[in-house]
Write a protein that binds this ligand. Sequence first.
Ligand code: GH3
Ligand code: MG
Ligand code: MG
Length: 357
Amino acid sequence: MAGDLFGDMDVEYATTVADRAIRSMSQQSVPVTPGNFSVWFDYAMGTSPALRKTIDVLIGNKRKFDASINRELYATFVKPQSEAEADFPEQLRNVISSAREFLATAISDNRTQIEALGQVASEVTSQVTSQVQTNSDPRLIIEKLVAELARATTRAAALETNFLATTQELDNIRDSLKAAEERSNTDALTGLANRRLMDAFFRSAQIAAMEKDEPLSILMIDIDHFKKFNDTYGHQVGDQVLRLVAKVLQDHVWESGLAARYGGEELIAVLPGANLAACTEVAERIRLRISEARLTRRTTGQAITSITVSIGVAQFRLAESAEAMIERCDRSLYQAKRSGRNRTVTENDIEGENAAA
Ligand code: GH3
Ligand code: MG
Ligand code: MG
C-alpha cells in the first residue's frame, strides 16, 4: 500500500513479506520491477482484499501475468489507493460518529450519577427520620445535603438536555454531510451519477463480477449531431433532450447497475451480470426508445425533429482497469459514429483489430 511506503514497518516482518512476494512472483513468472513488486508485496501482505481476490482468480484461471495484466493490476489496485485514503468526508463522518458515541456515554454516565445521588438522598432521609426525636442537628445538615442534591440533579438534567441538543446538532451536521456527498456524486443537470461515483461503482462491480464469476458490461451513449441540435433549437432545449436521454437510460438500468453522465453529452451504463449480447440488447432498446420519442418545444408546443444516439458496448475483461474498458467502449462508439450513427456497435465489431485478443 502506498501509505506504508515509508512507514515504520518492522524490518523482519517486511523482509518476510518481501520474500513471500518474490516467491509468488517467480512462481507466476512476473518480472520483479518496482511496479510489479508493489502489487505483489500488497498481495503478500493481504492489505487489499480486492487485489488478493483478483490475483487469486487470475492464478485459479491459470492466466499468464503478462505486461498488460501487470500494468492493469498496478493501475487498478496500487496507484489509486492513495487517492481513496484521502476520503475527507469519510474521515469527518468518523469523527462525528465517535463524538456522538462519546456524548451518548457521557449522558448515560450522567444518568447513573443522578440515580446514585437520588439513592443516597433517600437513604439519608430515612436515617434522619429515625433520629429526628433525639437530635435535630444532623437533620438540618442532611436537609441541606438533600437540597444540594436536588440542585445537582437539576443541573445534571439541564446538562443532559444540552447534550441532547448537541447530539441533535451533530445529527444535522451528519445529514448535511451526507447530502453534500450525494451532491458531489450526482450530476446536477441529469440527476445521474457523475464520473466520480461511476469510477468507484465500477471498481466494486468489477470485484463482484470476479467473485460471482459473472459477466459485467458497459454501454456508452453519445447523442448524434448534438451540436447542430443545440445550434438549431438552443442550449436549453438541448439540455431537455439530454435529460430525456438520461431518463431513458436510467429506466433501462436494473437495481444492481448504474447510469452515469460521463462527460458533456456522453452517458454510460454499468450493467452487472450482462454479457456483450445482453448489454447490446439493452443498448438497442434504449436507442429505439430515444429515436421514437416525440419531442415538442415546451414553450410553444411546436414539434422538434427527433433525435438519435449512437452506442458503444464493451464487456469487462479479467483484471482490467475501468479506463481500459471505457477506452474500448469509446472505440466501439466511435465506430458506430463512423458507420452512420443511430446504431449500436460492440467491441467485437471494432474495425481493424482483433477485439478478442
Ligand atoms: P456526433 O456525436 O454525432 O459526432 O456529433 P456531435 O455534434 O454530437 O459531436 P460531439 O459529440 O463532439 O458534440 C458534443 C456537443 O454536445 C457539443 C455541445 O454543444 C453539446 N453538449 C455537451 N454538453 C452539453 C450540455 O450539457 N447541454 C447541451 N445542451 N449541450 C451539450
Ligand atoms: Mg460527444
Ligand atoms: Mg454527439
